[in-house]
Design a protein around this ligand. Structure first.
Ligand code: MCN
Ligand code: CUM
Length: 808
């Protein structure tokens, strides 16, 4: 007989929570066996491609498709005129606006979809795109949201009422024809009064530039209408497959049970794949019209120029404090550039996402935030790129304002943070802008971080460097970037979070097979986060079967329970909770089966790692494997056969992960070249399911943060031309630019989450961007710099040095 394993050995054998389980997905990814949208090839499949506008704002006078149609292999060319009879030339956006599917009389941004060509292959489609003749009449272009709010030029005639009246938008009254919404939180007058009476006020315009997540795989889909059975199958790069199914049903009129949406492997989403794009609608229509499958996959330029961008927030801030440095108030007015259509993917009641987490990690008694959304001639979107619904903007804003306040107070920025942190015993903490932070221990994290990098030593070195620079001994300055961020993730309670009326719960359904293995399906969808690995770990611990014996499946709406998908780092806080809760239902039934098999009362058995044991008699037990078999092969009085459970989880609150980051950077004043000497990242995401996956998430998020802070942007010229529409101009960091990251953690569990876990996917980006930016700004603090805008590329840094008179 086998030697009986110890409790510890049995625990290890499960590969459950807390272990560095290797990613099960990687077997296929590293061998080129992933199954992405473009790998899907259906019999008779046609290919779609878009004619796109070269102009940022123009009337579409005429479209002539004759030459394109005459090309051999072209099957159809769709224009708005073809979609109009179906009511599909416009579609609803997730933000309550509507967006043209194909140009309906005008275009509002460069790259906007004008016509959709369907052909036998991708090359013919591309050739035919060139043959479509479109006559445009250029209109004045607005690329600056402040100018747009003053301009007579009307971007959205479709939103004008009779005689120039201005009807309300989806989020209330509008101030101007290019205005989308005003969103206000907090106390305006009280905050103004605090600012008026304060010892010290720091004021700054903090601009977080427009950027783009640029996932390796672009967006795409394959639509396949089976006219015989009336079933539509839509494969695509969807971060929210169920929501896409519901939206497709609502706009097409096809009953939801006749639509199957499948997200296969996704090569990075980063929020870029949350929304609905014209390509999806056109592909569905084309498949319905032609009766054969139609594939549409963007190229890189299309992805960069037209799909959901990120940020573009102009944040005007004022922060007040006593002369000892106690923050007394925060005021922020944000002008948000949403482009030609408001296609942000925020929860409905939050048109500026969770920007009102902008009080950050600090106990700020009085605050006020107003956000004005504005239309411009740029691509639509705004919520993407590891943003937690505008938390990136909020964290950047407050972490810059705190640095500027430190300058104003002539104080050390680390100390200023320390004296303003929310204290451990203040949690659950009610913020001035309406959130209830669930848990945190910021002082412990901060002290650990500063100690790890020898903060005092770094400051001494920096002071010496400044002396040396002034003495002409060096041309390099040293910056110390600090950040303590607090995130809000896990949308969310259904009572205040929905998208298009769909409550933001999530789900998990588990089926235990007779031989003691299992499949669990979730309403979320991994795009690289490793859900198949980590959700099996949650279950292994909850139900006592090895993680290796549990298959995790996501992304097929015909099989997975309804869920709202993966974004806003919500999978662990919401679907992870559902997984634990469904696991507990399995365990509850298993307990009854075990008690029956062991011939004792239900209450006389207890769960022990992978089995139920009789209390006080550890030699009497039934393993979960045995119980699973019994569930299928024995008639147990009063208990249904089988072992399955489902949980739909509506979280009581969001989770509030946080982190303390330090970046040490050297800057060559003459070239503007930055060298990141050190980057230390301490994250607290509560209970840690898989430390290795967390570390991977942190490395990825920091690298994307480096990109954004130091060079990446979607830039426009005055005519609305995208100046960074290719990877020649759009900075994508490689191993060359990436430093060696040091990761660390503290663990402050979420009190309301069944396993105490908080999200982490977006944290490193949220905290990383201000940390890199603060390092650049800090390097020049001794020379009088208060604030300079991102991206801090070499040219801009050189210019900053030049403006400060450091070039001689
Ligand atoms: N995790 C953990 N312990 C925790 C929290 C999380 O082990 N306490 C694990 C999770 O189990 C999961 C991963 O870390 O495997 C990320 O979990 P979570 O924080 O819940 O985030 P989501 O799974 O909801 O992922 C979304 C988040 C977002 S919004 C963006 S944007 C982003 C990000 O994830 N996009 C990514 N990370 C990405 N990583 C990759 N590779 N590709 C993307 O597109
Ligand atoms: Cu805002 S990027 Mo993520 O939420 O998919």
């Amino acid at each position: 007989m086998n030697k009986e394993l110890t409790r510890e050995e049995r625990t290890d054998a499960l590969g459950g929570m807390g272990c560095k389980r290797k990613r099960v997905e990687d077997a296929r990814f590293t061998q080129g066996k992933g199954n992405y949208v473009d790998d899907i090839k259906l019999p008779g499949m046609l290919h779609g491609d878009f004619v796109r506008s070269p102009y940022a704002h123009a009337k579409v006078v005429s479209i002539n498709t004759d030459a394109a149609m005459a090309l051999d292999g072209v099957v159809a060319v769709l224009t708005a005129a073809d979609l109009a009879p179906l009511g599909l030339h416009w579609m609803p956006t997730l933000a309550g606006d509507k967006q043209m599917v194909l140009a309906d009389g005008k275009v509002l941004f460069q790259g906007q979809e004008v016509a959709y060509v369907v052909a036998k292959d991708r090359y013919i489609a591309a050739d035919a795109v060139e043959l479509v003749e479109v006559e445009y009449e250029e209109l004045p272009v607005l690329t600056d949201p402040f100018a747009a709010m003053e301009s007579d030029v009307v971007l959205r005639e479709d939103l004008m009422g009779e005689g120039g009246a201005l009807p309300d938008g989806a989020h209330g009254p509008r101030k101007h024809h290019n205005h989308i919404f005003t969103w206000e939180v907090g106390e305006k007058e009280a905050t103004q009064q605090v600012l008026d009476e304060a010892d010290v006020v720091a004021e700054e315009m903090v601009y977080y530039h427009r950027t783009h997540p640029c996932p390796l795989e672009t967006c795409g889909c394959v639509a396949s209408m089976d006219k015989v059975n009336g079933k539509l199958t839509l494969h695509g790069t969807f971060q929210a497959p169920h929501a896409i199914r519901t939206v497709v049903s609502l706009i097409s009129g096809i009953e939801e049970h006749n639509i199957r949406v499948i997200s296969p492997d996704i090569g990075g989403g980063f929020g870029n794949k949350v929304g609905a794009y014209p390509g999806y609608v056109c592909s569905v229509v084309a498949s319905i019209v032609t009766g054969v499958p139609v594939k549409w996959v963007e190229d890189r330029m299309e992805n960069l120029m037209t799909t959901a961008f990120a940020r573009d927030y102009h944040m005007h801030g004022k922060i007040s404090a006593t002369k000892e440095g106690k923050i007394t108030g925060l005021w922020c007015h944000t002008t948000a550039d949403h482009g030609g259509f408001d296609a942000c993917a925020d929860p409905t009641k939050f048109p500026a996402g969770f920007m009102n987490i902008c009080t950050g990690s600090y106990d700020i008694p009085t605050a006020y935030l107003a956000v004005d959304g504005v239309y411009t001639n740029k691509a639509p979107g705004g919520v993407s790129y590891r943003c937690s619904f505008r938390v990136t903007e909020a964290a950047y804003f407050i972490e810059r304002m705190v640095e500027i306040l430190a300058i104003e107070l002539n104080m050390d920025a680390a100390e200023l943070r320390r004296i303003n942190f929310i204290k451990k015993d203040q949690f659950p903490y009610q913020s001035a802008l309406g959130w209830e932070y669930d848990s945190g221990d910021y002082h412990t994290a901060w002290d650990k971080a500063l100690k790890a990098v020898d903060y005092d030593g770094l400051r001494a070195e920096q002071a010496q460097r400044v002396e040396d620079f002034k003495a002409g001994k060096t041309r390099k300055l040293m910056g110390i970037g600090l950040t303590h961020f607090t995130e809000i993730v896990g949308a969310g309670p259904v009572k205040n979070c929905d998208i298009l009326g769909l409550g933001m719960f999530d789900s998990c359904e588990i089926r235990i097979h007779p031989t003691g293995s299992a499949i669990a399906r979730l309403g979320t969808i991994s795009q690289g986060q490793g859900h198949a690995t980590t959700f099996a770990q949650i279950l292994a611990t909850e139900i006592g079967l090895p993680a290796d014996s549990i298959t995790i499946e996501e992304g097929d709406t015909d099989t997975a329970p309804y869920g709202l998908g993966t974004y806003g780092s919500r999978s662990t806080p919401v679907a992870g909770a559902a997984t634990a809760m469904a696991g507990r239902k399995i365990r509850a039934k298993a307990q009854m089966i075990a008690a029956y098999l062991l011939e004792v009362h239900d209450d006389d058995v207890e769960f022990d790692v992978d089995r139920f044991v009789v209390k006080g008699a550890p030699e009497k037990f039934k393993t979960m494997k045995e119980i699973a078999f019994a569930a299928y092969n024995q008639a147990i009085p009063g208990i249904e056969p089988g072992l399955e459970a489902v949980s739909y989880y509506d979280p009581p609150n969001m989770t509030y992960p946080f982190g303390a980051y330090v970046c040490v950077m050297d800057i060559d004043v003459d070239t503007g070249v930055t060298d990141i000497r050190r980057f230390y990242a301490l994250d607290d995401c509560g209970t840690r399911i898989n430390p290795m996956i967390i570390e991977g998430q942190v490395h990825g998020g920091l690298t994307e943060a480096l990109a954004v802070a130091l060079g990446q942007e979607i830039a426009y010229d005055d005519m609305g031309n995208v100046k960074t529409g290719t990877l020649m101009d759009f900075f994508l960091p490689t191993a060359w630019e990436v430093p060696n990251y040091e990761t660390d953690h503290t663990v402050t569990p979420s009190p309301h989450h069944p396993i105490g876990a908080k999200g982490v996917g977006e944290s490193p980006h949220v905290g990383g961007v201000p940390c890199f930016s603060n390092a650049v700004n800090d390097a020049f603090r001794a020379f009088g710099l208060r604030h300079t805008h991102m991206p801090h590329d070499h040219w801009r840094i050189w210019k900053t040095a030049n403006e400060l008179g450091l070039h001689g």
